[in-house]
Design a protein around this ligand. Structure first.
Ligand code: ADP
Ligand code: MG
Length: 325
């Protein structure tokens, strides 16, 4: 194995540059030194990915990098935080220069794009495992929590749902076809909805990012806010690619419980809907209303005069095919 210090110097010493202005000391000493901006809260989250669990064996370094940083930054988006810096714990089976170059190059591109600097980490030998801890700022007291949803609030999601689950399916079953590149891109390159989060934050009452599936993650908002929800499955935003590949029933099921979409689900009072629409008028990410918050606990799907209760993970009452995750 190349020396640990050479490896850090060659691949990880200069990722993201000094973009936040708050980083006084970065990679190289025992710790990084950060000066927090005045009147800001520090928002922190960590994500771990294990080869063979979160991504298939043999996945290229660039794909692992985008999946890793995208998923981690998505948690900051869910809190309406602005990314500032991150640390990286790397466990590598060996020092494959091709893999490391692809990984660190993509990591650097994304760090620049999202304005986060790599300020430190840890490097060890073992089965390929990667942890990223992201740090961001919100104006003091303004982090967007899961606990603020109120009866009557509208429920919104960003982007389209179910694509990532579709992409995983094409990988696991070695499927080829016209829709496959788009779906696999959605699986490997989640786009953290950081800009969207800042636009919706003044109006939103609660938010979460969709990592376990819409039903499961919406349920976290419902539990934290002590409310329920009514969803219209006909309003679920589904991509043409997914719909074309698996049809309506399957794409709806993956949209509801597929997971790893890294889109945002948030609530906002019905009264602010016009202001929200105005704030998003020039924004290039779709925001779709899919239902509303109710006093009655639990989640029901309502469509064409039919009302069907669902379990957060299951969706099985509706389709009869059960949980795929
Ligand atoms: P220590 O033994 O004092 O914990 P290390 O030898 O683990 O320090 O790391 C030396 C420096 O390199 C530290 O500044 C650490 O934050 C940084 N570092 C180690 N691994 C990584 C990595 N994978 N990415 C970025 N920085 C790293
Ligand atoms: Mg030390």
């Amino acid at each position: 194995m190349t020396g640990e210090f050479e490896l850090i110097r060659d691949y990880f010493a200069d990722i993201g540059g000094d973009l936040s202005g708050s980083v006084q000391l970065s990679v190289g000493d025992d710790c990084a030194v950060i000066t927090p901006p005045a009147h800001q809260d520090l928002v922190v989250s960590i994500d771990t990915m294990v080869e063979g669990v979160h991504f298939p064996f043999g996945t290229s370094g660039d794909r692992v990098a985008s999946r890793l940083l995208g998923a981690a930054l998505s948690d900051l988006a869910a809190m309406a935080a602005s990314p500032a810096f991150f640390t990286l714990a790397l466990t590598l089976p060996d020092t494959d220069p091709v893999w490391l170059k692809a990984f660190s190059t993509r990591l650097a591109e994304l760090a620049r794009q999202y304005g986060v600097q790599l300020v430190g980490g840890d490097t060890t030998r073992g089965p390929l495992t990667l942890s990223v801890q992201v740090h961001g700022w919100t104006p003091a007291g303004k982090a967007l929590l899961r606990s603020g949803a109120r009866p009557g609030d509208r429920i919104f999601v960003t982007g389209t749902l179910g694509d990532s689950r579709g992409g995983l399916e094409t990988l696991l079953n070695n499927i080829h076809g016209e829709q496959v590149p788009y779906l696999q891109h959605r699986f490997f390159c989640p786009e953290p909805r950081l800009d969207t989060a800042l636009l919706i934050a003044p109006f939103a009452t609660a938010a979460i990012d969709i990592s376990d599936g819409l039903l499961a993650d919406l349920n976290h908002i419902l539990e934290a806010s002590q409310v329920g929800a009514m969803l219209n499955p006909g309003e679920l935003p589904i991509s043409h690619e997914l719909h074309h590949w698996v049809g309506e029933a399957q794409s709806r099921q993956w949209a509801l419980s597929g997971g790893e979409d890294f889109e945002l689900c948030f609530t906002a009072p019905a009264l602010v809907e016009p202001k929200l629409a105005w704030a998003l008028r020039d924004h290039n990410v779709a925001v779709t209303c899919i239902g509303q918050i109710s006093e009655t606990r639990g989640i029901v799907l309502a469509e064409d005069g039919q009302v069907l209760p669902v379990t957060p993970q299951g969706y099985n009452h509706f389709s009869g095919t059960g949980n795929l995750r």
